[in-house]
Each structure stands twice: as C-alpha cells, then as structure tokens.
Design a protein around this ligand. Structure first.
Ligand code: PHE
Length: 342
C-alpha cells in the first residue's frame, strides 16, 4: 500500500482520467469514488486513525479537497448530459409518410386567359400596353365618337366618379370608371406615330344588374391595328387565326354586322360552342370593326392616309366557355373551393 500522501495523489490522477459520457457512467463514478460505504475516497478517510497524529490534519485536508473536486466533476458531467439530452433529435421514424408539400398557389383563371390571349397577339407582332381604369369623358366616350347627348352613351351603363351638369357644348368634364378598354385606342394613338399594332388587357366597369351572366366589373382585351391600307379583310383574317390558336383548329367562327360609334363598319364575332350533351350555340366573344375616321382624327392620325381596325374581346366570356363555368360571379367571389380547381 503506498504512503498515505501518495495515495491521495494517485487517486486524484485516477479520478481526473475518468470520463463520464452517460447517466450510467455518472452513477458508476459516484459509487466508485464518493459512495459512503465502499467509495475509494471514503477508504482514504478510513486510514486517518493509522497515521501519525501530526500528519493527520494535512492528510484530512487533502482528502477533503479531493472529495470536493470529485463531487464537482460529477455535477458538471450530469449538467452536461442533461443539456445534451435536451438538444438531441427525437428518434427518427423512417416509416412515417412524408409531409405533403405546402399547396402551391396558381394563377386566377381570368389572369391565365388574359395572359394567353395577349401572348397569342404578341406572337402575331402586337405589343402589349396598359392604361388607367379611371378615365375622363373624352377618352371613354367623346374621342370615340359618342355624340355629347346621344343615346349611344346609354349603351354602356356607366359608374360616374364626377358628374357635371354638362351644357350643350362638346366640353364634358365627367370622370368615369372606364366602361371598356377602347379609350386606350385614343391614348396609344395620341402618344405615338403610326403604324400602331397593340393589344390592351384590362379591367372595365359597368353599372349592370348582377346576374349569372353580368357582373359590375369584367375584363377585356382591346386590339388596335393602324397603318396604310389596313382593311376589313385583315381584321377578319387576324381574328380567325386568333380563334384557331386559342380554341383549336376545328373552331367555327362567324361575323355578324353590329354597331359601335367608334367603328364603321362594325361587327361581332361568335364562336360555335358545343356542350357535353351534343347541343351547341353561337357565343359572342368580341366586338370589332374599322376604326371610324372621326376617331383617327380625334387622336391626331390622318384618316386620309391611314386606316385601321380595332376589336374588344370579353375575357370573362371566353374563360367561362373554356372552363364550363356557368355563373360569372364565381370568378369574383374568391372561394378557394372554386379557385383550387385551376
Ligand atoms: N368597346 C366595345 C365594347 O366594350 C368593343 C369594341 C372594341 C368594339 C373595339 C369595336 C372595336 O363593347
């Protein structure tokens, strides 16, 4: 058996060399060194009575210090182990089904149709422009050849933002929510020089009784083509080609004469729509015509030199046709059960 002071040193080195990596090892450490009955430190205390009386205080002090250090080492290890347990990942269960990816949003069917229609005309060489939804009377009506107090203005039930007591002169100061995208014909021509070849997607507003087929706002795509020698033949050919690109090669279309103050002659284009039960009907999708000479003049384009065609397509109608939607209001209610289908 080593001399008593050496025994303390030896045990100190042994304790310092111990590693404690688990609760079990911590408990084993406690029993081996700090255990009341057979702990190794306790065994050192047991030797005190055998020592010279002068040597006892120093020895006792050394063993006490060793006991404190061993206790501190044990406590530090237990703290560390508790922390590590908190950080540890819960056990992985590889048989659990994966988490479904968060549902991705999608474009609203109207936006999808607007983009697609504009895209087809872009491939035909048209550019895309957008304009204000709040318009002055001149751009929405006057410049488009609606006479000041002509009933033609009643064709479009208008939301007025400012309504003035207009006198008999042509000067009308009313401010409106645009009732169609046609005012952009004027804005485009005012701002540039012919030739013009542009489509204008946008939102328009009308004060109509709400029903399955009309809503107080809807979407149009306006088209304008102005150059030397543009004819009704160009108009028909372009729109027929559009219909084939959009609806498919077997689409059937027809033109019917119509009336708009800003085109002469004017027409409407229908597409033949077959329902699942084999029945079918002609559905109107756009109004069109040759730009009225007064309109060219109002926008600063010489009608002696230039002619042009214009059209305005109802995007809601076209969207409803291709998706078999029977009530226009569902397009504006933002019911996710409806929107999720697209
Ligand atoms: N602006 C007309 C409407 O909203 C459509 C149209 C546009 C007709 C261009 C002819 C030319 O009904």
């Amino acid at each position: 058996m080593p001399e008593a002071p050496d025994a303390v040193e030896t045990l100190r080195r042994e304790i310092e060399a111990e590693t404690i990596e688990s609760e079990e090892e911590a408990e084993a450490f406690r029993i081996a060194y700090l255990g009341r009955k057979r702990g190794k430190i306790g065994a050192l205390f047991d030797r005190i009575p055998d020592l010279d009386p002068e040597a006892r205080p120093a020895f006792g002090k050394a063993v006490n210090a060793l006991q404190d250090d061993a206790q501190a080492k044990l406590e530090a290890a237990r703290e560390r182990l508790a922390d590590e347990e908190g950080d540890a990942l819960p056990e992985l269960d590889l048989t659990l089904p994966g988490r479904p990816p968060a549902p991705a949003g999608s474009l609203h069917p109207l936006v999808e149709t607007l983009d697609e229609v504009s895209g087809i005309f872009e491939r035909f060489g048209f550019s895309v422009a957008e304009g204000p939804e709040i318009e002055d009377d001149w751009h929405n009506f006057g410049a488009l050849n609606f006479p000041p107090d002509h009933p033609a203005r009643d064709m479009q039930d208008t939301f007025f933002l400012e309504k003035h007591e207009n006198d008999e002169s042509d000067e009308r100061l009313d401010v409106v929510l645009r009732t169609h995208t046609s005012p952009m014909q004027i804005r485009v021509m005012e701002e540039g020089e012919p030739p013009f070849r542009v489509v204008v997607p946008g939102r328009v507003y009308r004060n109509e009784a709400l029903s399955y087929k009309s809503y107080c706002l809807f979407y149009q795509v306006e088209g304008l083509y102005v150059d030397e020698g543009v004819s009704m033949g160009h108009l028909k050919q372009t729109l027929a080609l559009f219909a084939r690109s959009f609806f498919g090669d077997d689409v059937r279309t027809r033109f019917r004469p119509s009336y708009f103050p800003f085109t002469e002659p004017s027409a409407e284009m229908d597409v033949w729509w077959e329902t699942a039960d084999g029945a079918g009907q002609w559905m109107e999708i756009l109004g069109c015509g040759m730009v009225h000479p007064n309109v060219l003049e109002h926008a600063g384009v010489d009608p002696e030199q230039y002619t042009g065609y214009a059209f305005g397509m109802g995007i809601d109608r076209v969207t409803m046709l291709r998706h078999d939607i029977t009530d226009i209001r569902t397009l504006y209610e933002n019911d996710v059960r409806f929107l999720r289908q697209f």
